[in-house]
Design a protein around this ligand. Structure first.
Ligand code: F6P
Length: 319
């Protein structure tokens, strides 16, 4: 293969730029032409495709967001537009694509793959919700962003003797809540994978109060089946402790990527470029037990993420 494209799609994640840089530079280093496709599948359908040179990806390794920009494309979900996208790639002579994104982006990639384009998925999402890989690019940064926030909240919560519910992202995956909650010493962690036990949560807060604890921090994933405001009211009423909520929202998606995310991005995206160079079938690149892996793309999109229930129990024991 001598011409490949690279795009970022879906919600952005810190480390996507590091992945773009790696795909472009590894591709060029092997003698391929690498094209940057702007605004994900939307830009592809609009023909926003430009040749990338080595220097185009200089000074981006440390930057959050994505220099190629990103989008969630409604059009691309339809077969007729997927065919159009394959035609556009054909016009440019691009036979392989590096797709940096999450579940929806990989499904789009799998559709293109069925139309004859070789697609390598690079896991770029803060959610860590892909079944085939231990980690996704951006997750580590998001967890650290939430951690620094928790430490600020702890100060003010203690000063006012309050309880605070921190609602974190992750759609239907509780990994950000679990990891930030464990590392941040939260009193309780609520995740969509486990039914919330509100009474036991209230007991925990009251027990902490009785033992002289000045604050209570509850980390709740956005996908938990009880609204954050509703939970705040219940908690305040049942515990008598003034309760506030904090929703960091998109703050979790921005910022400079951690070293771990930059390395994961660099290794997975360069592997993607190498596999395209070798004309391999479509794959999803990931990491398992510290080793970079490449699983058939169609299989990867069907894999459900296994929740680490053991880690969840341990977090509860330690809180
Ligand atoms: O996929 C990442 C994610 O941050 C989810 O955790 C969140 O639910 C979603 O994106 C929100 O994305 P947007 O508002 O950009 O569509």
């Amino acid at each position: 293969m001598d011409k490949i494209g690279v795009l970022t799609s879906g919600g952005d994640a810190p480390g996507m730029n590091a992945a773009i840089r790696a795909a472009v530079r590894r591709g060029i280093s092997m003698g391929m032409d690498v094209y940057g496709i702007e605004r994900g599948y939307e830009g592809l359908l609009d023909g926003e495709i430009k040749k990338m040179e080595w220097y185009h990806v200089g000074d981006i390794l440390q930057r959050g967001g994505t220099i190629l920009r990103t989008a969630r494309s409604e059009r691309f979900m339809k077969r007729e537009w997927q065919e159009k996208a394959a035609d556009i790639l054909d016009t440019f002579g691009i036979k392989g694509l590096v797709v940096i994104g999450g579940d929806g982006s990989f499904r789009g990639g799998a559709a293109l793959s069925r139309l004859g384009i070789r697609v390598m998925g690079v896991p770029g999402t803060i959610d860590n919700d892909l079944g085939y890989t231990d980690r996704t690019i951006g997750f580590d940064t998001a967890v650290n962003t939430v951690l620094s926030l928790i430490s600020n909240i702890r100060d003010t919560s203690s000063a006012h003797e309050r309880a605070t519910i921190v609602e974190v992202m992750g759609r239907n995956c509780g990994d950000i809540a679990l990891h930030a909650g464990l590392a941040g010493g939260a009193d309780a962690i609520l995740v969509p994978e486990e039914e919330p036990d509100i009474n036991s949560l209230c007991r925990r807060v009251i027990k902490g109060q009785q033992s002289g604890k000045l604050h209570s921090i509850i980390v709740k994933a956005e996908g938990v089946n009880i609204g954050t405001e509703q939970l705040r009211k219940i908690l305040q009423e049942k515990t008598g402790r003034e309760t506030r909520t904090v929703v960091p929202g998109y703050i979790q998606r921005g910022g400079t990527p951690t070293g771990a995310d930059r390395i994961l991005a660099s290794l997975t995206a360069s592997r993607a470029a190498e596999l395209l160079y070798n004309d391999e079938d479509s794959r999803a690149i990931g990491i398992a037990g510290g080793i970079i892996t490449a699983c058939p793309l169609e299989e990867a999109v069907e894999m459900k993420r296994a929740f680490d229930a053991e880690l969840y129990r341990m977090a509860q024991v330690l809180s």
